[in-house]
Design a protein around this ligand. Structure first.
Ligand code: NIG
Ligand code: FE
Length: 393
């Protein structure tokens, strides 16, 4: 089935042809088949008149922790009353997740995936990380893989209570039986590199083990304080290092140098800096300095970090608004980071762009331009969501 979307007021392609009036796109099955001026558009089986609205690629949420049970609303309330965020609440969610049935975990993830899709997220990465034993990490990923191909093994989220004081033994469990059980359902391996979670040597060890099992590398780094995460990610050619809130000049230089190398030599390593402003919002912390990264030439992505502790939002539009208002990204930079940036952090070139051959994942806004996503925060501006060529909402 082919579908013509015509009368597009602004076509935000992330490609060579950003069209600012009277554009059209033709979708054929799951792919984009044609992009250009509405007057030259070929015919199609069906047609949508965008009525002068903006059309953009579906959002790519490259960082979400959807495999959990329960919530931590009281912890949020305590934070808003002045308590700091330490990550200690992760263990509360681990308890709830271990006690949940498969169906409860599936229903919760399904609810959130649908909530995100309704708000324009057509690709979502889903992490494990609230099981922290062989059985519960493996089943988290098995269920996650029912929803997305972008699944991430985060057995190295924190050391669970039963391994307290025996962190190296827990790393041994991760690298042995846990990875063996989880890897068949995972595309990526991730480590929370932070004081109180995993140190540099432990992280390097876990990432090496994951790599040996064929997984791509991602990292949580420099969220709560300065640390080795960013430079380790670059050293190991991780696809992404996420949070990037507390960065030294050397961290920024390391990220910028891979971007430059990547532009000069096709196929060179490139580690994206993924910023998660929902976490700073919800933990009342200073936002990452996106301007500093962008001005240094670093590739930046925006994602939600959706999880019941530090950032319980599934809204990419909210993250775009925060990035513009609080992190001094331009609206165009923010939209790009939420689409093409996320795609790059997942090392995908078939999503996050509107060009011939890409996946037919598109959004029609209830607004004439992408500017409105940040200009009208909190307003549901995603009128139509097209996923794989089909109208999902
Ligand atoms: O990315 N930083 C570590 N993990 C999550 C928070 C998890 C939680 O608090 O439950 C994050 O912010
Ligand atoms: Fe996270």
């Amino acid at each position: 089935m082919s579908l013509l979307i015509t009368n597009i007021g602004e076509l935000f392609t992330n490609g060579a042809r950003h069209l600012t009036r009277d554009a059209a796109v033709v979708l054929d099955g799951e792919r984009i088949a044609w992009v250009g001026a509405a007057t030259e558009a070929p015919d199609a089986d069906e047609r949508i008149d965008a009525g002068g609205a903006a059309v953009l690629p579906g959002f790519v949420d490259s960082h979400a922790h959807l495999m959990f049970a329960g919530d931590r609303a009281p912890e949020f309330a305590a934070r808003m009353a002045g308590e700091p965020y330490t990550g200690g609440g992760i263990r509360t969610t681990v308890g709830a997740t271990r006690s949940a049935s498969d169906q409860e975990l599936r229903d919760n993830a399904s609810r959130l995936v649908r909530e995100a899709l309704r708000q324009g997220t057509t690709t979502i990465e889903i992490k494990s990380g609230y099981g922290l034993n062989v059985t519960d990490e493996a089943r988290s990923l098995r269920i996650a893989s029912e929803f997305t191909s972008e699944t991430t093994f985060l057995g190295a989220h924190v050391v669970p209570a039963e391994y307290q004081g025996r962190a190296d033994e827990y790393v041994g469990l991760i690298c042995g039986p846990m990875l063996a059980a989880a890897a068949p359902y995972a595309k990526w391996v991730d480590v929370f590199v932070e004081r109180g979670a995993f140190d540099e040597d432990q992280a390097r060890n876990i990432l090496e083990c994951g790599k040996a099992m064929g997984l791509g590398l991602r990292l949580h780094g420099n969220q709560l304080g300065p640390g080795p995460g960013v430079q380790l990610a670059v050293e190991m050619d991780a696809a992404s290092v996420d949070h990037c809130t507390h960065l030294s000049d050397a961290d920024v230089d390391a990220l910028a140098s891979v971007t430059v190398a990547c532009m000069c030599h096709e196929g060179w390593s490139r580690t994206v800096a993924t910023l998660l402003p929902g976490a700073e919002f919800s933990t009342r912390s200073p936002y990452p300095d996106a301007r500093r990264l962008l001005d240094a030439g670093v590739s930046v992505a925006l994602a939600t970090d959706c999880n019941p502790g530090s950032s319980y939002t599934s809204s990419m539009a909210f993250c775009i608004a925060l990035a513009v208002r609080e992190m001094r990204m331009t609206p165009a930079e923010a939209v790009r980071a939420a689409t093409a940036g996320g795609a790059q952090s997942l090392r995908r070139d078939d999503i996050g762009v509107i060009q011939v051959g890409a996946r037919a994942d598109l959004l029609i806004l209830d607004a004439p331009s992408h500017l409105h996503l940040a200009y009208r925060p909190g307003v549901p501006l995603i009128r139509t969501v097209i996923s794989g060529g089909r109208v999902a909402f």
